[in-house]
Design a binder for this molecule. Structure first.
Ligand code: PEP
Ligand code: MN
Length: 357
């Protein structure tokens, strides 16, 4: 008999997991988690927090308990790191997520963080999963580098089975034969996981690729694929990052990435907001260029078939459909005015083609 899993309930739909007062995983807007690999000092995490908050991140990250390959490498600041992270999050108004490595530390971490992270290396630490399930905090469950999608979902089941449904899955790259990137971002696996559960699924391109030159393009790919968000390592001075320097991007590079992804900045600095609006205008213009080019081909088609370029019923249908899809910010009257202009420009273009033809 097939197992009945809580993690499979409502598969295909996405339930929302809310962290803090405004990070909504599984909503129409992708959630961006950003911050350094590790909390290194109160000043470092505060500078990171200010940079990522201003650029529009929704959740601040930073490790206080670090799972390191070598026991001699920096292991994180522990309890002091939790306090610095919490204070930095409060200072900029962002909820915080941080890794818990040991079941014994769950209560302590839950006391300081809005969301608990279970790291890739702990994905099958079942005692830790159960403890996180009883913590009363949402959990970010990273996929083990050697774990199948099925094993990952069963790990989530341990948390759900304790009565905690607030789980977000995070793909972070799997081991493969390919050494160009640190791990291989398994976007297909993440999308397959999303079909099998109603839990939101995000991806962490930083740990997946291990190189800062690929992070922005992979983040764009993750969001284009329709996943529910990204986690990114951002450091105020990446070359001085104690851990994962190679993949950490600067706060400036993070702001540029957010602008390129058309995610709104939180900053109320006029220059920053104007820069973001300029980016949106450029994106709208480039879509309009594509629309005009396609419309010209439609004009050609109409001309060959002897149809008139002006089809009033089709234009009314377009405007009506768009009015019904508007999210509320763009009033129906505004939709009507804007698209009347667009359609009239297309019509003029098609008319010209007809005359020229
Ligand atoms: C991290 O996000 O801090 C981390 C250690 O990542 P992972 O568990 O995916 O290696
Ligand atoms: Mn890291």
């Amino acid at each position: 008999m097939a197992e009945e899993l809580l993690v499979s309930e409502g598969a295909g739909r996405t339930r929302q997991v809310v962290v803090g007062s405004f990070a909504r995983f599984g909503s129409a807007e992708p959630v961006v988690i950003a911050g350094p690999c590790a909390v290194e000092s109160a000043e470092q995490i505060l500078r990171a927090a200010e940079g990522v908050a201003e650029a529009g991140a929704h959740v601040l990250r930073g490790g206080a308990f670090k799972p390191r390959t070598s026991p001699y490498a920096f292991q994180g600041l522990g309890r002091a790191g939790l306090v610095h992270l919490r204070d930095a999050g409060r200072a900029v108004g962002l909820p915080v997520v941080t890794e818990v490595l040991d079941a014994q530390d769950v209560a302590l971490v839950a006391d300081h963080a809005d969301m608990l992270q279970i790291g890739a290396r702990s994905m099958q630490n079942f005692a830790l999963l159960r403890a996180a399930g009883r913590s009363g905090r949402p959990v970010l469950l990273k996929r083990g580098a050697g774990a199948t999608v099925d094993e990952w979902l069963h790990s989530a089941e341990y948390i759900l089975a304790e009565g905690n449904r607030e789980v977000v899955l995070c793909e972070r790259g799997i081991r493969s034969f390919e050494p160009s990137t640190r791990n291989t971002l398994d976007l297909g696996g993440a999308l397959a996981a999303r079909r099998r559960t109603s839990l939101p699924v995000i991806a962490d391109p930083s740990h997946a690729c291990g190189r800062r030159d690929l992070v922005a393009a992979l983040a764009a790919a993750v969001l284009a694929s329709g996943l529910d968000g990204v986690m990114l390592e951002v450091h105020p001075d990446p070359d001085r990052s104690i851990s994962d320097a190679a993949q950490s991007i600067s706060t400036g590079a993070f702001a540029a990435l957010m602008r390129d992804l058309h995610l709104p900045p939180a900053s109320d600095d006029l220059e920053v907001m104007r820069d973001a609006v300029d980016g949106l205008d450029e994106a709208i213009l480039s879509l309009l260029e594509r629309r005009m080019a396609l419309s010209a081909r439609i004009g050609e088609h109409k001309r060959r078939r002897g149809l008139h370029p002006h089809q009033p019923q089709r234009e009314r249908d377009i405007i009506e459909r768009l009015c019904s899809r508007s999210g509320g910010r763009v009033e129906p009257e505004a939709v009507e005015r804007i698209w009347s202009e667009i359609l009239s420009a297309s019509r003029a273009d098609q008319g010209d083609a007809a005359v020229q033809g």
